[in-house]
Design a protein around this ligand. Structure first.
Ligand SMILES: O=C(O)CCc1cccc(O)c1
Length: 590
């Protein structure tokens, strides 16, 4: 068998590349991260961390080390020039197991992500390696980097072979340019100066987006007593004016007395961009994070969108590397991630327009905001952050429930590869009697599954992901998930290391543990101590979910449809159904 230097070359040691490498390492494969710089970036960068990203960090075994550099419940307030609050984002949900928004300090978190790689043999980070060449050799890829020679005046080249390469090296990505994909969108000409200060001289804990027509600004309380300010520069203010202390003090003086006494950690200027690459894949080469899409900062989504990419791509790469799936699975990465990134860009561009309105537009905006806030439903649209597009994969490794009933497949479902523009009402069961009154509600397929705290025979009050693990899960509500699975189905379950789970009310757990002990395959019984799982199934027309390794719902069905759901997901994900390379620790009982 041909051997390669590593499984995946990751280009760029930013948060996306480091997270991707950790996720590959945690799943038993090798990644080598090549970074052109000689150290991690330490200037002011991302400050908003979403619950989805924390879920990924938890999967990568990194959340506990990252947590000290975060603050939970970051509330975002949009204020006008007089300090009137126009909108508040303070989502109360913890549906994915954590508060929806946290503040964080990116360089400190990046450091932990880099240190996390030390846990894995064969996975590592090489600084001072500037990638200058990529060659797709059909069955593998060769990545060439320049690095300093033995004495500092010389440069030597090194070539690494791998099964795949992923460019995570930011907006100016060499990899994206090598792929030859377009990077369309807009870059508003406005420049901003960002400055981080020690010993927060304001002391308020959250985020203020100052839509002040005189000069839009951002003021954010961060962990470790850091205050972040961002100020928009006017067109007649050259960027190098920011090197002038008096100018910076004049910006700060509207916000804090005696700015000359402040201890500035770092500052830099930047421009917002809204761009997305036309494809995130070319052959054996991928792009992720800012290399694939750039978005303004307003919802704190640049960092989080990149982590979503890493989460999506990591399990697919490892499934292919493990021989569990055909390479075609990797095509679903662009299909699933590109649309969501583009939607996120649109919302952030719109938010930027609201922030930068002049005096007249600002007055109209303020009146509109007052009217919206008077209507609770509209107010909660902002408070609960419902305008933020949640990832919802309508095509890719997802199967519509209506298509699982034999003879009832709808137009648009092609060869098990998914569906387009699915509107999937919750109550729809493919022509079987609908039993949930849920007009207008969406199917759970393609959405991230909830993460309540639960109890099992082995653990009390733990997060659901700690029980299900980081690969596939087939879970049923209140029943034995093996009940309708044939011996062949159970082979498939074993082949793909699908964890079989029964969610039950905590009151039923002892009964279920006893009852399912004789099931033909091991079943983990999960006690729904909070009632969140029951509430979830209560309003959906399904008693079974098939969860992907990234916790998204690949299929939802009646329990009786378990074999169809399993088979359809295998088709949609190009999962191999032969039994030759099955590896499973738990084994299927005969
Ligand atoms: O969503 C957050 O937590 C903050 C997002 C934000 C907004 C404005 C500037 C910035 O750097 C981040």
């Amino acid at each position: 068998m041909t051997t390669y230097d590593t499984d995946v070359v990751v280009i760029g040691a930013g948060p996306v590349g480091l997270t991707l490498a950790n996720l590959i390492g945690v799943r038993g494969h090798r990644a080598t991260v090549l970074e052109a710089r000689h150290e991690l970036i330490d200037y002011p960068r991302g400050v908003g961390l979403d619950d989805e990203s924390i879920r990924t960090l938890h999967t990568a075994g990194l959340w506990e080390r990252v947590q000290p550099f975060t603050v939970p419940h970051h509330v975002v307030r949009l204020v006008n020039g007089t300090g009137q609050v126009l909108a508040t984002n303070n989502p109360g949900t913890q549906e994915f197991g954590y508060p929806r928004k946290h503040g964080f300090i990116q360089p400190l978190v990046d450091r932990e992500l880099a240190a996390g790689l030390d846990r894995f043999d064969g996975t590592g980070l090489r600084f001072g390696h500037r990638v200058v060449g990529i060659e797709d050799r059909g069955d593998h890829v060769a990545v060439t980097a320049e690095r300093p020679g033995a004495d500092d005046d010389t440069v030597e080249t090194v070539t690494l072979t791998a099964r795949y390469a992923v460019g995570c090296e930011g907006g100016s990505s060499f990899t994206r340019k090598w792929m030859g994909v377009s990077f369309e969108g807009k870059s508003p000409s406005t420049r901003w100066v960002v400055v981080d200060v020690e010993n927060d001289p304001i002391g308020t804990p959250s985020v203020y987006l100052g839509a002040d027509p005189r000069r839009p600004y951002v003021s954010i309380g961060l962990p470790q007593g850091v205050r972040r300010w961002e100020f928009m520069l006017h067109d007649d203010e050259p960027t190098d004016l920011c090197d002038d202390r008096a100018f910076m003090h004049s910006l700060l003086a509207r916000h804090v007395p005696d700015p000359s006494a402040l201890k500035i950690i770092n500052q830099r200027t930047f421009t917002h961009h809204g761009r997305v690459a036309s494809d995130f894949r070319k052959g054996r080469v991928f792009i992720a994070g800012d290399a694939a899409h750039l978005m303004p900062v307003w919802l704190g989504q640049g960092w989080n969108s990149g982590i979503r990419d890493a989460t999506n791509l990591a399990w697919k790469l490892t499934a292919v590397l493990a021989g569990d799936a055909d390479d075609a699975l990797l095509d679903t990465y662009t299909v699933e991630r590109r649309k969501h990134a583009a939607d996120m860009i649109d919302v952030n561009m719109a938010a930027g327009t609201v922030m930068k309105m002049g005096r007249l537009g600002g007055k109209v905006r303020d009146v509109a905001a007052t009217a919206l806030n008077a209507v609770p439903k509209w107010k909660s649209y902002f408070t609960e952050l419902r305008f933020k597009p949640m990832p919802r994969y309508a095509a890719g490794v997802v199967v519509d429930q209506a298509d699982l009933t034999p003879g009832r497949a709808r137009a648009g479902f092609k060869n098990g590869t998914g569906f387009k523009n699915r509107t999937g009402f919750k109550g729809r069961t493919g022509g079987l009697a609908p039993f949930v009154d849920s007009a207008g509600e969406l199917s759970p397929v393609g959405l991230q599954f909830i993460q309540p705290r639960v109890s099992t025979a082995d653990a009390t009050d733990v997060l659901l992901d700690d029980v299900t693990g980081d690969w596939w899960t087939l879970a049923t509500w209140g029943t034995d998930p093996t009940a309708f699975l044939s011996a062949d189905d159970l082979d498939l379950v074993r082949r793909h290391r699908v964890k079989l789970v029964s969610f039950v009310p905590e009151t039923q757990r002892a009964w279920a543990e006893k009852r399912y002990a004789d099931s033909p395959a091991p079943v983990t019984v999960v006690g729904d101590t909070s009632g969140a799982l029951k509430d979830w199934f209560d309003v959906r027309a399904c008693g079974l979910v098939l969860l992907r390794p990234d916790r998204f719902v690949a299929a939802a069905s009646l329990t009786r449809q378990a074999p169809q759901a399993l088979a359809a997901v295998c088709r949609a994900g190009s999962l191999l159904t032969d039994r030759t390379t099955a590896v499973h620790e738990e084994g299927v009982r005969a």
